[in-house]
Unconditional design. Sequence first.
Length: 511
Amino acid sequence: MKVLKFFQMLLLMLKGKKMGKINFKNYGHQKNWISGSYVDSISTKKISVVSPYFDKEIATVSESNINDLNLAVEKSKSIFPYWSKLNIRDRAEVMFQLKSILEKNMEELSCLIALDNGKTVEDAKGSILRGKEVVEFATSLPSLLNGDSSQVADGITCTLSYEPIGVVAGITPFNFPAMVPLWMIPIAITTGNCFILKPSEQTPLSALKIAEYLKEAGLPDDVFQVINGSRDIVEGISDHQDIEAVAFVGSSKIAKIVYSRSTALGKRALCLGGAKNHMIVVPDADLYSTAKGLLASSMGSAGQRCMAASVAVGVANIDPIIQQLVKEANEFKLGVDMGTIISKEAFDRITKYIDEAEKMGADILIDGRNAMPPKDYENGYWLGVTILDNVSPDWPCAQEEIFGPVLSIIRTESLEQAMKIENDNTYGNAAAVFTTSGEIAKTISENASAGMIGINIGVPVPREPYSFGGWNESKYGHGDITGKSGVHFWTNLKKVTARWPESEEPWKKYF
Ligand code: NAD
């Protein structure tokens, strides 16, 4: 038995991790999804969808206009009376089906995400699994939302129920093309709403696949629609009188605009924005797991995720940890451990931050600017691991969201200084501390100004049903997007207070 295990391990070591094959394919023009099928947009304008692996067009989508949106809203309104009154068990059944359809099609969906987003296929799979957790949470809603009822005074009963709001919408970013829509759709739909999705025009392919899966799962036509497009549709959603709530995930600049515009018209809005997350590293931290944690957090998804911690704040002498980090980072392989940057524009923006930090005097421990692209993908937007040391807290690379594989290391003398750097940043999505001291971990988790805290975990995404959401300028609106908080966002609470006249023999009047 032991000999067999030894040979298995040897085989794995010899094989090493290899880059998954990304097949180029042009999907042609992708229509909107209305009433359970693909429908031509009323607009004739098109947006080109480019694969960051190849720098080549893989599809086009319509630059839809307000008439397309109006059609989707009318269709959604027409089915709302039926869908909202259908019992929750039948609505949740769609989620049970969707869960197994996602499992069955994991390969297809992850390859699609990799192609239009630039993630590795493994990364894409991980993101689907995270989205699937919300689907699983939605299957539990019949049990969770059984309401409350009690006798509140003699002869008087109060009952509380969760009621759907109506036609609602979601606007999503490029970086998690399936996971972020899956943060919204399962809870919104299972609670009885009709949902209109406006996916990122950079990565629209998987949203349309999800539409097909929902149909296969038995969702009645008209409950879910996908409208492709960009700014016009986002503004149209914010302004539409018949859309009752909007969830947005994207950059803080646009999140703030969508939040103000939607709420000005009385719409309910929850808009998740960008991030600049900090990892506070203390010399007593475990050498190997800390180095791995710093690397995984800052470089996973090529740094293009709102949970990426792009600043490591070292307290006192953390040189051994940084040396280990550099050692591990030098083994990071493009295409295997990390995918591409989403676009040429994003690539230029990120390298500008590195150029600027270099000019300002940062020590470049690893420079990803001239990284070697993987074979057969030479035209892709590849940027390697970049680690900047001795960064000053007031430099742009330490203050702003770079959204790329760049880790800035700030050196401090004390925990108080480190805490202040974290607290002073205007964002507040996540923060982490690496230490073996319970006391230090407790101090940081109590005082960090962020919604999601990691203790020896660099990407502290709460597993469902613990909800997802940040603080400060990482979010406009109240509550979180998933978990019970998501249920509150997509529902209205109805309270019924009842008293029935008492009579000794009520049936007598019928005789
Ligand atoms: P983005 O803000 O550019 O785009 C998001 C959505 O807004 C897209 O659907 C896009 O079509 C639309 N949009 C873009 N410009 C617009 C404009 N001027 N007017 C109206 N609508 C507009 O974001 P992105 O580049 O797609 O995604 C990356 C950003 O998303 C990062 O800042 C990242 O931190 C953030 N993000 C946040 C979370 C979170 O949970 N807080 C999760 C994922 C991504």
